[in-house]
Ligand binder design. Structure first.
Ligand SMILES: [Zn+2]
Length: 278
């Protein structure tokens, strides 16, 4: 037991000493090599064996999907989001990129250079962590937090020494994931001017989140307008079919198909009026 004992990694079975392992929330040990296949911002004391396995199984695919999301960019602005931007947080270099249409971002910290995957984070999870509640009413309540366009969830914490001199700053990104909870990007600073870059990164992530919300609101509003029109057009087509001896069933079916196509984003607004009107 204790400091000098060796333990088996629960994933690869390698026997490792204290400096080369972490204890999982479920009390098994994970070696550093296996840990580097998980999310670098995950804390192993929050991570169960199953959740560590889930990260190992999904991180590569999430990163690949995120990369591919830029291929479908519709304009130059979206393609420009593909490249990473760099922030020098004192002694700590961080790279960040975001797809504001997808609502996801990636962070590369030089402290994590030995990790296998660049993790993907999602704005719909970027809210303060809370233990999962089975009550669906509370889940709806959290949804309003996710879509709150006034919230500035990313903050900067300043650290000062006993003389009140600024010594460091941390960008804190809240994250509602049992294994992560907070993404912290910390760096040393030597004077007040050095803190601006921390606030700049925080502002960037907050404003990207707002851009994502504004995209989403636009989509929802547009879809609602199209659904209302489809409803009216379907009702009119049904009345017309009933009066003229046409197929009411076909008219209803076409209305339902159109409603589904709108939900899936397959109906463009410009084409819409032509569907029923001759
Ligand atoms: Zn291992």
């Amino acid at each position: 037991m204790g400091l000098f004992s060796k333990e088996d990694c629960v994933f690869c079975g390698t026997e490792v000493g204290m400096l080369k392992r972490s204890k999982l929330q479920t009390k098994e040990y994970i070696c550093n090599d296996c840990k580097r296949k998980t999310n670098p911002f995950a804390r192993m004391d929050y991570t169960s064996k199953d959740n560590a396995q889930r990260m190992m199984d999904t991180l590569a695919q999430e990163a690949a999907d995120f990369e591919a999301s830029f291929d479908s960019a519709e304009n130059r602005f979206q393609s420009a989001e593909r490249s990473f931007k760099t922030w020098d947080l004192g002694n700590h270099r961080v790279q960040y990129r975001c797809n504001t249409r997808l609502g996801a971002f990636q962070i590369i910290s030089e402290n994590h250079s030995r990790y296998e995957h660049v993790p993907v984070f999602y704005f719909d999870t970027m809210i303060p962590y809370r233990f999962a509640d089975d009550n669906p009413n509370l889940a709806d309540f959290r949804n309003s937090e996710i879509m709150d366009s006034n919230a500035e969830y990313v903050t900067v914490k300043e650290e000062k020494d006993m003389d009140g001199k600024l010594t460091g700053c941390t960008v804190i990104i809240p994250y509602n994931d049992i294994c992560i909870r907070e993404i912290k990007l910390n760096g040393n600073v030597s004077d007040e001017n050095d803190k601006d870059v921390f606030y700049d990164l925080a502002d960037r992530i907050n404003s990207d989140r707002k851009a994502w919300i504004n995209n989403g609101i636009y989509d929802t509003e547009r879809k609602n307008r199209m659904q209302m029109r489809n409803l009216k057009d379907t009702a009119a087509a049904v009345v017309k079919a009933a009066a003229s001896g046409g197929s009411v069933e076909d008219a209803v079916k076409q209305g339902i198909d159109t409603a589904n196509a709108i939900e899936e984003g397959k109906v463009k607004q410009g084409f819409f009026g032509k569907l029923f009107r001759k």
